[in-house]
Design a protein around this ligand. Structure first.
Ligand code: NAD
Length: 358
């Protein structure tokens, strides 16, 4: 029996996680996976309930689970609070406490939505790439950092630092992901100017010896950024450090066109993972049954694949989403002129029906 902790959070979080959980229950049932569900508060909901964005007891509960399914946190109600006690702190803390060092962000274009991208449909049709970003090291965390007044001038510094263990473990996650896909890995770097990138190249090459079936390619970050908009279909899996990954994962996501469609996974050692949509809590549409639950439903597909090793169940969920879109069902964020928008619950119902029919 695997334990799943659902953290609905704020805004549309409870609405989208409700639909995603229904889909997870159905997919698990079809594939004979035994799951046990728990639910806890995070973010603003937790501040309201117990005065902190993440209670210690929830951290302990999370540690005992196989996977976490999260909605989103934050909203205007808590915006005036000091930065250290705001809802987002709950999310940062859970990532840190669970040691989630690998962030996986797929960018997939469903055929029915190719027109939603800002790129021409013939460039985006068939995009299916995955950005694997190192999440707990690099320039966002390196020491020394800070500001000073030097010779009367304001100066600021940050330090990009990685050790070989940090690089090897993220490289392994990326190779494993590539081995289960089209077996092509692009390592994105800036080795012409950064010693850190030179170390990455060395270590990535060492890990590559364990994955002879995966074709490895090193690409400078500036040209990778260009190629992502010029020829995104050339990529399968990309792996890179925290800073480059932060930027490239947003770039890759946006070429697919819709925030309501983007799932993500953050993985730690031992298979534990946190799965959540890329979007926020969308307070402007919260409580109206208007949110698109597909990003969270696709996060469930990632959960099945990465934390439960259930690739067939994950494929079923993705196929169900694709079928629903192919049949023309759209939430308001996806609906074009003249298309009828359905609600969050109705979209969940359609995915469940497609799963059952699948
Ligand atoms: P947002 O992603 O919540 O919303 C941006 C726009 O996209 C809004 O118009 C919203 O209605 C729409 N949108 C987002 N998700 C949608 C969905 N599933 N279906 C339909 N429409 C959707 O970003 P924001 O407005 O900048 O932030 C709102 C709150 O969310 C803030 O408090 C912010 O801090 C928080 N936030 C949380 C996370 C997270 O929990 N991971 C991420 C980003 C923002």
């Amino acid at each position: 029996m695997e334990r799943i902790l659902v953290l609905p959070g704020d805004g549309i979080g409870p609405e989208v996680t409700r639909e995603a959980r229904r889909v997870l229950e159905a997919a698990a049932g079809r594939h004979d996976l035994k799951l046990e569900y728990e639910e806890a508060a995070i973010g603003g909901a937790s501040i309201d309930a117990c005065g902190t964005p993440l209670a210690d007891a929830v951290v302990e509960q999370a540690r005992a689970c196989r996977a976490l399914l999260l909605g989103a946190v934050g909203g205007p109600k808590w915006d005036a609070m000091p930065v250290d006690t705001r809802p987002e702190k709950g999310l940062l803390r859970i990532r840190k406490e669970l040691g989630l060092f690998a962030n996986l962000r797929p960018a997939t274009v469903f055929p029915a939505l190719a027109g939603a991208s800002s790129l021409r449909p013939e460039l985006v049709e068939g995009i299916d790439l995955l950005v694997v970003r190192e999440l707990t090291g690099g320039i966002y965390f390196g020491e020394p950092r800070g500001r000073a007044l030097v010779s009367g001038r304001r100066e600021a510094r940050n330090t990009m630092v990685y050790d070989e263990r940090e690089v090897a473990r993220i490289a392994r996650v990326a190779f494993e992901a590539a081995a289960g896909r089209r077996r092509h890995l692009t390592h994105v770097h800036k080795a012409n100017v950064l010693e850190v990138s030179q170390l990455w190249i060395e270590v990535v090459e060492e890990v590559a010896r364990d994955f002879p079936d995966v074709e490895l390619h090193h690409q400078l970050v500036d040209s990778a950024a260009m190629l992502l908009v010029r020829d995104p279909r050339r990529f399968d899996v990309l792996v890179t450090g925290n800073l480059f990954g932060d930027i490239l994962s947003d770039e890759a996501a946006m070429i697919t066109g819709s925030l309501g469609m983007l799932p993500s996974a953050s993985l730690g050692e031992g298979g534990i993972g946190l799965y959540e949509p890329v979007h926020g809590s969308a307070p402007d549409i919260a409580g109206q049954d208007a949110a698109n639950p597909l990003a969270t439903i696709l996060s469930v597909a990632m959960l099945l694949e990465h934390s439960l090793g259930a690739s067939a169940a994950a494929a079923d969920v993705r196929a169900a989403v694709s079928a629903v879109l192919g049949a023309g069902h759209r939430t308001a964020d996806l609906a074009g002129a003249g298309e009828i928008a359905i609600g969050c619950t109705a979209m969940g119902d359609h995915v469940l029906a497609a799963l059952a029919a699948g």
